[in-house]
Design a protein around this ligand. Sequence first.
Ligand SMILES: Nc1ncnc2c1ncn2[C@@H]1O[C@H](COP(=O)(O)OP(=O)(O)OP(=O)(O)O)[C@@H](O)[C@H]1O
Length: 656
Amino acid sequence: MNDHTTTTASVPGPRTPELPPPPERVRAVPADGDLGGQITQGYWETFEGEASRTGLVTIARRLPAIVVQVWGTAWRADARAAVLVAVLQLVSAAMVSAGLIASLGILQKVFAGGATGERIRAALPALAVVAVLLMLRGLVDAGISHWQARLGPRVRQQLEADFLALTSRIELAAVDDPTWADEVRRANDRGLYYAKESVNKTIELASAVLALLGAAGVLGVLHPVLLVLLLAAVVPKGAASVHSIRAGYLSAVRQSTLRRRMLQFSWVLFERDTAPELRASNAQQALLDEHRALSARITDEEVALGEHQSRAALLGRALGGLGMFATYAALAWMLGAGWMPLATGGAAYLAIQASQSALLRLVIAGHQVFEHALWVEDLKRFEESCRARLPRTGAPAPAAVKEIEVRDVHFTYPQGKQALRGVSLTLEAGRRYAFVGANGSGKSTLSRILAGLYEPTEGTVRWDGTDVRRFDAASLTGRVALVLQDPGHWPLSALANITIGSGNITTADPDRVMRAVRATGADRVIADLDHQWDTVLSPQFEGGAELSDGNWSKIACARALNDDDAPLLVMDEPTASMDPLAEDRLFRAVLDEYAGPDTITVLVSHRLAPAVACDQVLVFDQGRIVEAGSHRELIALGGTYAEMFETQAAAYRSNR
Ligand SMILES: Nc1ncnc2c1ncn2[C@@H]1O[C@H](COP(=O)(O)OP(=O)(O)OP(=O)(O)O)[C@@H](O)[C@H]1O
């Protein structure tokens, strides 16, 4: 036996500090002002800094890369629709410009000298061009709607698929990180939506630019001064819009933590999990008050933002109105002074109208693309950070293992809690191990490290001498059959709830499944369901069912045992909710039937009866293994294990 797993004397862990009595006044959530700081300071500061550094020039510089990214997604989603939408939008914009030029031709003919009939006849060809263009544009616009209707949903599907494929694979430690929790919500709620919308918005922007170039070109030819004056009319409005977008964006980022906290209060008020206890403890009012307090802070922020935006819009409009007044005044003055013939004046009026509407479209589209670009950037930054936290790739983990060596393993959670402080042990095939010890002593953490869900912060885990970091992470977890302390309640059929343990919800090996459900007692649970194997284990589906906690545990254990090729079986408190007979039956099945000569079996349990049957018991205390040996050896040692065992045994005896 390895010297790390022989009987050891108790090692004292770090001292737990004294707990002072609680204050009379309870704080259910961090005090006012702490929310933004304590919970999210890290990401908030970085992000806010980033947003405030993002000026118009930077955005304009980044825009091409974003457009390429967005259109790359559109291309992957539906290449034909993407090309057609883009081309048709551009054709439509070109038609608007051509229509304007033809309209000018009509005006010039109508205002020229000669008899009215002749003038009308002279204008007829241009009129015909306008009519044909209008008709064709109607057709082109119908084509755009048709292809956009195909493209939009497919882009959404592609974006969601990319996003979920990435976020569902990211290493588990990242999911524990509260910064990630904020970012993933923001990316899901905003980033995906805006990324999808930005496909259309970039087209609108391009078509507005073309329309403006056409109209402004005409205006510039008629009189360049008009062009300058027109700019003075539109720039203030545009600046006000951009300012409002920036303020809205920064406000949304500021509120994201607050909103998440408020949503948590909404959920506990109406979700099923908390519904019984909410009513039993009459906690509704207390939680409603907390919700109201958080909601009031969001309301204040929204009101302040709305007021700020409307002030900016008012200023933009006032200045823009002055600019527009100056443009028309200049036109009138030119006509009055005889600088411009009436026909050209009419054309100029048309061109001003067209330029104004194109400029307005440009401002709105630019406004939206700018807003969308910030969120798309945010989404892309988030996806990039996820890519950096994807589990490692490498050689496939071996199908069999004779010895797993854990050497001086330390582990600290992202929240800063040190859960393991130098754990060493050797696990051998064909042997059964029991992890026991106080709550919070690190048993589950080590189980998850053994299962490949976490990587040690320090130290190594070796499979037959090979550091597991050389193995592909997914292939390693695939070699471990695992029952978690808090197993997933999958809203899937009973059968899929069992086969999902090996990553599969479409096929089953009937003999293997039957053996697993018999071993755990899940056979009787499933037999009792209305649609047996096909019953969806969620009451939120019609015909679905809810199981008791103990019965859920039987399903979770069957899920792990169905994966009986796995050389490592880890069961973390599998029987915590089971009745004594079910527990006894499960442990017998695991230890006698499943813990074969090629399997390393690890049981984590507070009930010590199965520890007696294990080959080795490892006692955890404050992140360390303080005792290791067989049941007999540890009883003889008279340490923590002996005390725990005697206390439990005495409790059972005294109850007889
Ligand atoms: N996801 C997490 N994020 C941060 N800290 C965690 C996380 N999970 C566990 N911890 C902390 O790590 C320490 C070890 O927890 P662990 O769950 O490994 O203990 P355990 O021995 O399995 O306890 P129990 O007997 O109560 O199941 C505890 O202090 C716990 O609060």
